[in-house]
Design a protein around this ligand. Structure first.
Ligand code: 3PG
Ligand code: CO
Length: 547
């Protein structure tokens, strides 16, 4: 994995710093754009005075099945870190179902076999067509196949979305799905929703930010302990009336008949966790598969046949049983740099820590070289982020400035979570504040990078805060009966900025203008060039050329 020294690019004298403003895209409109609405004098100045272009960050440009698919942090950071586009989970699972390969695999056979030996087959996962973590069509296909193969009892545990899809869309999924189950149900096939809850209250924590969420999910899905309702529809309507919260924040619920939960998970059962994306699937998968598990009082490991839709972590082999092979992302920029003796630094707060390490490195948890790499996690607040839109951006900047000044690192990367995490709350004012907080940090950080004779890249993994209002099919802002704009909590299809900031009066490079549709995957080769290397031949082309 030796990198070739470039004869075209001299290494930049100081450190190269990639600054990912998570969820900060470039919207063509004005209304509902928290990025444009915010007062961001530093970002404005940088964009006006330094070379800048827009990068594609959604759809096929990041390995999603189609250009209707928005980008997300997993596929975005994978493309940034790997310098190439790999077919991603959403696409691989859909293909595996369409070809029938999924049903031929050992994992599916073992799941069905366990269920046919008297166990119940359970499905747990994110219940929407967001295609970021999961797709409801995959669940439907597995239910039809299980029935075809003679499984007799199935229970479904639904995590309500409202974060990758409309904020109050749960019933648009639940009601037609109940009708679908009615069509499948027969004396020989007993199928029902057994439990559920909002994805930000139970089960889908990530990066160990808040294990209590997973524990709550465990109690609801596995033990059948929680507030009881006759149906998921009833639970959703009741909670909405009582609490006025959006879907992702709905509390957990248990479906019960005569006080008896419909589907606790017991020894002998089979469980499929049907999310294909790993970050929010790892903790619950650990609870189901680890012998010595201490994150919460789970009790002894149950004798359950557990499969993930994919393997979520190739290093730790988690979970050991999985239905579809994950994308084989290899030879990432991080690995090349480590193997060529380049010291690297990565920093973010908990909510995005895995994005600049695990996703960046092609979904690997570990480092390539302990002596050359430093990874820093600043603990995130555990509060609704509309209440703390500044999150930990100042603390991250404090630490990053020290790292730049230390002179120890040739390549540094940072993810600021604000645009995305606050964007997901749907709170426009908070998203504007988030952007203003970020701008203050850029105003501190950029001069330090330039003082160190470094080069900074400001970019993002996908859009979010750039579109805070739901649009209708005609592209107009959707409004409720009182004329209030309907909040949009999900990512956008917009491109993201690429701003190249260098302190040299006459940098020896300039942006290429001949790339038709540059995207996130063009950034890795760019960084390698700035470090004075040629990129590997199969990396997507660099965004720069000698001036
Ligand atoms: C989440 O997991 O929070 C959302 O589904 C996607 O957000 P991310 O891709 O920005 O992490
Ligand atoms: Co996001």
């Amino acid at each position: 994995m030796k990198l070739e020294k470039s004869s075209r690019f001299a290494p930049c004298p100081g450190p190269i710093v990639t600054i990912v403003l998570d969820g900060v895209g470039i919207s063509p409109r004005e209304d509902g754009d928290a990025v444009k609405t915010a007062r961001t004098p530093m970002l404005d100045k940088l964009m006006a005075n330094f070379p800048m272009t827009a990068l594609r960050a959604h759809g096929t440009a990041v390995g999603m099945p189609s250009d209707e698919d928005m980008g997300n942090s997993e596929v975005g950071h994978n493309a940034i870190g790997a310098g190439r586009v790999f077919a991603q989970g959403a696409k691989l699972v859909a293909e595996s179902i369409a070809s029938g390969n999924l049903w031929q695999g050992r994992a599916w056979h073992e799941i069905v076999a366990a269920a046919k030996q008297g166990g119940t087959l359970h499905f747990i996962g994110l219940f929407s067509d967001g295609n970021v973590h999961s797709h409801i069509d995959h669940l439907r296909a597995m239910l039809e196949q299980a029935r075809k193969e003679g499984v007799s009892k199935v229970r479904i545990h639904i995590l309500l979305d409202g974060r990758d899809v409309g904020e109050t869309s749960a019933l648009d999924y639940v009601d037609p799905f109940e009708a679908f189950l009615d069509g499948l149900r027969s004396p020989a096939f007993d199928v029902a929703i057994a439990s559920g809850g909002g994805r930000m209250t139970i089960t889908m924590d990530r990066y160990e930010a808040h294990w209590a969420m997973v524990q709550r999910g465990w109690d609801i899905h596995v033990r059948g302990e929680g507030r009881q309702f006759a149906s998921a529809h009833e639970a959703i309507v009741t909670y909405r009336n009582e609490l006025k919260v959006i879907d992702q924040d709905l509390p957990g619920f248990v479906i019960a008949k005569d006080g008896k939960p419909l589907g606790p998970i017991v020894d002998g059962d089979a469980v499929v966790f049907f999310n294909f994306r790993g970050d929010r699937a790892i903790e619950i998968s650990r609870a189901f598969t680890e012998e010595n598990f201490t994150a919460f009082p789970r009790g002894p490991l149950s004798k359950v046949t557990y499969a993930g839709m994919m393997q979520y972590d190739g290093d730790t082999k988690l979970p050991p049983r999985f239905l579809v092979q994950p994308p084989a992302i290899d030879r990432t920029m991080g690995e090349y740099l480590a193997k060529n003796g380049i010291a690297q630094y990565a920093i973010s707060e908990t909510q995005k820590y895995g994005h600049v390490t695990y996703f960046w490195n092609g979904n690997r948890t570990g480092k390539f070289d302990d002596t050359l790499e430093t990874y820093v996690e600043i603990p995130s607040d555990v509060v609704p982020f509309e209440q703390r839109p500044w999150m930990k951006c100042a603390e991250i900047t404090d630490t990053l400035i020290d790292a730049v000044r230390s002179g120890k690192y040739r390549y540094l990367r940072v993810n600021y979570a604000n645009g995305d995490m606050v964007g997901h709350t749907g709170n426009f004012e908070a998203a504007v504040t988030a952007m203003q907080g970020l701008d203050l940090q850029l105003a501190r950080l950029i001069p330090v990078i330039l003082e160190a004779k470094g080069t900074a890249i400001i970019t993002a993994d996908h859009g979010n805060a750039d579109e805070m209002y739901e649009l209708d099919k005609k592209g107009n802002v959707s409004r409720d009966a009182e004329g209030r704009a309907k909040a949009k909590t999900s990512h956008t299809l917009n491109p993201v900025p690429f701003v190249l900031i260098s302190g040299e009066p006459e940098p020896a490079f300039k942006l290429r203008e001949d790339l038709a549709t540059p995207g996130l995957s063009n950034m890795a080769a760019t960084v390698l060039n700035l470090l004075g290397f040629e990129a590997p031949a199969d990396y997507d082309p660099s965004l720069i050329e000698p001036a």
